[in-house]
Design a protein around this ligand. Sequence first.
Ligand code: NDP
Length: 325
Amino acid sequence: MKKPVRVTITGAAGQISYSLIFRIASGSMLGPDQPVILQLLEITPALPALNGVVMELNDCAFPLVAGVIATDKLEEAFDKTDYALLVGARPRGPGMERKDLLTANGGIFGPQGKALSDYASRDVKVLVVGNPANTNALIAASAAKSLDPKQFTAMVRLDHNRALSQLASKTGTHSNDIEKMIIWGNHSSTQYPDITNTLVNGKAAKGLVDQNWIETDFIPTVQQRGAAIIKARGASSAASAASAAVDHMRDWALGTNGKWVSMGIPSDGSYGIKPGIVYGYPVTVKDGKYEIVQGLEVDAFSRGKMDATEQELREERAAIEELLK
Ligand code: NDP
């Protein structure tokens, strides 16, 4: 058995975490031979509920769980952590403007970024799930002065998986048969699910579906899937969000063997997206490092969609610019 690694989960008594913690504990994220110490963070009023989650976790008697810490203290939650999944966030309240939501979340993700910088492993990998995920990741990265901003990522993997599922259903195939899907930009309704380069059983997806379906069905369905689930279930997606978080971290930790996946990462000028935001890109991962897939053609349709989601992220950034100093 390997030496245990430390995994931090924030918002650990929430809906997503109720699925996520048990998937990680069972070995789905880091493999069946990797023990984990789970460091669970909650706000003080949620500690009794978190205690209930810990009781259930203990009752599972998971062979890979080498320790559990439940706390409301950042320094304990992030101490020497190797993987941090930042799930807890401030939900939008009635009448709350986007700027208020962004600022309220700045008050959470700024201190968490600083605590990661002060206490985490120097190689920590951070995934932000809590919304607005891309901009929360930007705030955390900016506050983490002693870490590389590339250690901070945002989750667009649920959008990626939703896009695979929609295309598989349309083409009568399985998501395993699909390669080279891309989600560009923000984890919001401006995201751009792009099948320009996608292959289905080795054939160009664009030759199997028509442009009208892409524009009026596929893209809006993927963009609005969260709302459709709330309508159907009476609650927001939680298990699928947790599953996507597991996929994102597993691929970052263990590699993708050349497979493309989508990750929200600091923009570096690739594809004309100037630095300064956290933007969804196609990446491959090797030896714990992700690299943007380069050299793709961008047609006028894609350019418009990529610029629109960039514009939204620049506006989000402008709303919290003072928090980045
Ligand atoms: P969830 O566990 O359902 O959601 C947590 C966050 O994930 C929200 O910001 C949510 O965004 C976001 N999210 C990202 N992608 C998705 C997706 N596809 N579907 C649904 N959500 C998505 O929220 P709960 O309210 O159940 O739990 C949050 C917990 O966080 C609470 O227990 C609270 O006490 C805690 N919290 C902890 C903090 C901390 O540890 N310091 C700080 C703040 C809160 P959206 O709101 O847009 O649905």
